[in-house]
Structure formats: C-alpha cells, structure tokens
Design a protein around this ligand. Sequence first.
Ligand code: CMP
Length: 139
Amino acid sequence: MAIQRTLSMIKPDAMEKNHAGAILAKFQEAGFTVRGMKMIRLSLAQAEGFYAEHKGRGFFGELTQFMSRGPITVLCLEREDAIAKYREVIGATDPAKAADGTIRKLYGANVGENAVHGSDSEASAAREISYFFAGCDLV
Ligand code: CMP
C-alpha cells in the first residue's frame, strides 16, 4: 500500500474536554507522522465551506454551529494506507457504534459531538488538506 496523507480535525467537544493531547498520542501510537498541525477557530462560513457536501441534510445547521463554537486542531497525518487506517483508529461516526478502544468510543458523546473528523477517500483528503494547509505549511 502507498504512503498517503489524511486530514484530521479534533473537534470543539474534544478540545473543550482537554482530550487533544491524548488523541494526538493515539495517532502517533498508530504510526502516523504529523506533517501539519495548527489550532484554529472556524467561522460559521468556513465550517459551511468545509462541510459543503452535507448542505441540505437535516443536521447541516447543527454540525456547522457546533464546528464553529470553539477552537479545533487540524492535522495533516501521513502513513502507509493512511485513509483506511485512520478511519479504523477513530471508529464509526456514531460513538455508540464505534469499536472498543477507538477514539470516538473513548472520547465521543454522540453522532454530532464525535470528537474527531476524518477524510473518507483520497479525493476528500486532498481537498480537505488543501482547505487548511498550503503546500509550504506541510513538513
Ligand atoms: P465527520 O466525520 O466530521 O463528517 C460529517 C459529520 O456530520 C460527522 O462526522 C458527524 O459528526 C456529523 N453527522 C452525521 N450525521 C449526523 C446526525 N444525524 N446528526 C448530527 N451530526 C451528524
């Protein structure tokens, strides 16, 4: 499998509960190398832009309000087969359905406040990484 990069966001709920350090440790233990990392606060418009593919769905307003309510940490993570491996490490979108030991099982509260975001394909990863990082920001 090829080396890939994926985009991670540690969401406002996990930031508020001071879980960012523990979550970063989980990524590193799983063999990811951090190529980019920053803490930012999204405006509502920036959250709407990031999640544009979900516009029109019932949860869009709730999701974008939540994602802009406080700081997040965005990371560009790299390893072999990064996209699939990352999704394994974070677990199912709904923490109640996530496997034991996954980040969403450990730190997520519900399907909305689920601690972390992950890219779902190589195309999404490329778009999402470029949403937050210019090429020269990645080391
Ligand atoms: P994420 O990986 O960030 O990608 C899209 C997000 O939409 C997802 O995680 C969930 O947090 C959110 N989401 C999906 N379904 C629902 C829902 N039914 N209610 C609220 N948020 C949802």
